[in-house]
Design a protein. Structure first.
Length: 96
């Protein structure tokens, strides 16, 4: 849901989900919105790229709308946080 709500749909690319034996990699088109540093994103700060989409996902109960997506990812891997990596470029955001 995090990738869907934050993707840059003006880029002609898709959200890519790759399954490997030892990891899952999710790549979404779009840089971190607003040029925020990745540390701000990891700490729950947010800028909204797709406010209407976010509102719809929230109304359907698919997201909580609080900027906690990455915190939830880290919580899910709390015993193996060193395995979670976030890579941000000027065109894509990758969680692996």
């Amino acid at each position: 849901m995090n990738a869907i709500s934050h993707a840059d749909y003006s880029i002609r690319s898709s959200i890519k989900i790759e399954f490997f034996i030892e990891r899952l990699v999710i790549t979404a088109p779009g840089c971190i919105f607003g040029g925020m540093p990745i540390d701000d994103v990891i700490n729950g700060r947010q800028m909204i790229r797709n406010p209407k989409l976010r509102k719809i996902l929230h109304r359907f109960g698919l997201i909580e709308n609080y900027g906690i997506g990455i915190a939830r990812i880290l919580e899910a891997y709390s015993s193996k946080k060193e395995l979670v990596k976030f890579n941000a470029t000027n065109r894509f955001f990758e969680t692996c």
